[in-house]
Design a protein around this ligand. Structure first.
Ligand SMILES: [Zn+2]
Ligand SMILES: [Zn+2]
Length: 218
């Protein structure tokens, strides 16, 4: 019996060593494979950040659908679904070609109509918005609001339900909307419905965080 135990005791450290070596090789191989996946799998590409449209993915303006981007001519893992104003109809742009300005440059286009922007202090802000920022989809011509001398961030599509908790903050804009559409406050609350006949577009100042709103009709 003693003889049976001793070979096992001798083999065990060797088995352990082999096991450690094999495990090491496995971990090494798995890590390499992981790296290869992140390099080649387009789903691993991180979306670019946009100052004036920070929630573009959440709002469905950029979606995680593969596209053959007409600007970079590559298959990319996300596609832009918002407006693009150019002489030819361009579809399937990737967000990376928006971010680096190549889409606007190649097709001489813009993502926001320059005449429908509120004033800002620097030309650079204007170029960043119109040439390197995803737009949003309005019923009519989209307006881009400003505050504190800079463009606001687009925060989403909204109706009275979505904005009533911040209605005091929006009172100046709501007053303009009531006057422009000849509405009482009650009529405004009933008409302003997300996906309804009057659509609200909510913005927020990047500097003082004040919210702003604009609306359009079907
Ligand atoms: Zn592209
Ligand atoms: Zn502000």
């Amino acid at each position: 019996m003693g003889n049976n135990n001793s070979p096992i005791n001798k083999i065990s450290p060797l088995s352990l060593l082999i096991f450690i070596l094999l495990a090491g090789i496995c971990i090494f191989a798995c890590n390499n494979k992981g790296e290869r996946i992140s390099e080649t799998n387009p789903n691993m590409e991180e979306l670019p950040q946009f100052r004036y449209n920070p929630d573009a993915e959440k709002l469905g303006i950029i979606t995680r659908i593969e596209t053959d981007c007409p600007a970079c001519k590559k298959t990319r893992s996300a596609v832009y679904e918002g407006p693009f104003y150019a002489s030819e109809e361009i579809e399937g742009l990737c967000p990376w070609c928006i971010k680096d300005g190549s889409a606007a440059r190649i097709f001489q286009g813009s993502f926001q109509d320059g005449t429908s922007c509120e004033p800002v202090e620097k030309k650079e802000y204007f170029l960043e918005l119109t040439e390197r920022t995803p737009g949003y989809s309005g019923r009519q011509q989209e307006k881009w609001l400003s505050h504190c001398g800079d463009f606001c961030a687009f925060k989403g599509y909204a109706g009275w339900q979505e904005i009533k908790s911040i209605s005091k903050e929006l009172e100046k804009d709501l007053g303009v909307i009531r006057a422009a559409h000849n509405l009482t406050q009650e009529e405004l609350e009933n008409s302003l419905v997300n996906n309804g006949s009057m659509q609200g577009y909510l913005f927020q100042c990047l500097h003082c965080k004040t919210h702003r709103i604009t609306v359009d009709l079907d």
